[in-house]
Design a binder for this molecule. Structure first.
Ligand code: OGA
Ligand code: MN
Length: 379
């Protein structure tokens, strides 16, 4: 640890909040030398290679989902965080683009739920992509007012829609989970030795260059023996992984485009946060893995082999690439119920759905979650 970061955590009390503020700071910008970069892993005292289950998914199944054969994945563990697995970009060249397009064009569509629904009429939040694409295509990521709907998007929920107010999922607020995302989640979980993972809920987070995500634990899911999966695309970010107590100082690491994180076992219920998006150098705004060409429309598949990954048209990619030149998209995928488990019966009068009050994804400047609001901030 550099002297700078060490002097911050020395103080002990609520070390997480202090490091969150350290990494979130704008002026002067923080020293990022202590941030672990798994893509440049030569040797790090806390990092060790982790063996996945190479036979969990056939090469053909992996390829169908846009993933390299599992035996080619690079996966790491972190000393002191059993159950935490970091997979450095397991995607096939050209296939991250599918997920970016899904996050920007497909998943924000109804019946999925997004932050804009909290304060806009249903007719106004239809076709977010269609209402934004032309402007974004023409002007790219230039700062411009008014912002397009896509630029105002902060979160989308899938499957069992997370209720930010009550911090619960419920049986009666469910819409079908996207099948492509269900498949890839099952493959990643299986590779990490969690066969039978059933993706039931997703929270997609959309970050502009000044966004952050406050300190929290994901504990609303009913079965904590199932892992939490996280997929990142676009701009890199600093991720802080803490302990079971707020006082435990966190470890900082980069998440780059294509990286996948798995929080399971002991690490399933640890405090974590995203204090900072780390924009790419000006002249080179897209991560190299997003510039890679795919195998073309046949996806390199044998004849008759169906694919989950749809090629992204040039027209669509013009919008997507403009957006992620300054933004980051993250998908966190959860299994809510254990196999055979059901939601506990609920007294109907306790079902408080108060959409009107929930416009929030704000935290205060310390990374604290404010009441029941979404712990987000765009400084
Ligand atoms: C979450 C979360 C992390 C990220 O949505 O619960 O922790 O990288 N997201 O956006
Ligand atoms: Mn989380």
């Amino acid at each position: 640890m550099t002297k700078m970061a060490a002097s911050i955590v020395e103080h002990g009390e609520d070390a997480f909040r202090k490091l969150f503020k350290f990494y979130k700071r704008r002026n002067p910008p923080p020293d990022l030398r202590d941030v672990i970069d798994f893509s440049k892993m030569v040797k790090h005292e806390k990092v060790f290679p982790t063996e996945l289950n190479p036979g969990a998914v056939s090469d053909a199944e992996a390829r169908r989902a846009g993933l390299r054969p599992i035996r080619d994945w690079t996966a790491f563990g972190l000393q002191g965080y059993p159950g935490f697995i970091f997979i450095s970009n397991p995607f096939l060249p050209g296939s991250q683009q599918h997920w970016v397009r899904q996050c920007l064009k497909t998943y924000p569509e109804k019946p999925n739920v997004c932050n804009l629904d909290m304060h806009m009429a249903p007719t106004e939040t239809q076709d977010i992509w269609g209402r934004s694409a032309d402007t974004l295509r023409k002007t790219g990521s230039r700062v411009r007012e008014p912002k397009t709907l896509l630029e105002k998007l902060r979160w989308v929920t899938l499957g069992y829609h997370y209720n930010w107010d009550t911090k619960t999922y419920s049986a009666d607020h469910y819409t079908p989970f996207p099948s492509d995302l269900h498949s890839i989640s099952g493959h990643v979980a299986a590779a990490c030795r969690f066969p039978g993972f059933n993706a039931e809920a997703g929270i997609l987070n959309y970050y502009r260059s000044d966004s952050s995500l406050g300190i929290h634990v994901d504990e609303s899911e009913l079965d904590h023996t199932r892992p939490l999966l996280s997929f990142s695309f676009g701009q890199s970010a600093v991720f802080l992984l803490g302990g079971t107590q707020r006082e435990d100082p966190p470890t900082a690491m980069y998440m780059h485009s294509g990286d996948v994180m798995v929080m399971s076992g002991h690490s399933r219920l640890l405090y974590h946060a995203v204090p900072r998006v780390v924009p790419a150098p000006k002249g080179d705004p897209l991560h190299p893995s997003l510039e890679e060409e795919g195998p073309g429309s046949d996806q390199g598949l044998a004849q008759g082999e169906a694919t989950l990954i749809q090629p992204v048209s040039e027209e669509d990619w013009a919008v997507c690439s403009g957006y992620i030149q300054t933004s980051r998209v993250n998908m966190t995928i959860r299994q809510v119920l254990g196999s055979g488990q059901a939601f506990p019966a609920m007294d109907t009068k306790d079902k408080r759905i108060d959409m009107g009050q929930m416009d929030g994804y704000h935290d205060n400047q310390d990374g604290e979650n404010v009441g029941l609001k979404r712990r987000r901030s765009d400084s």
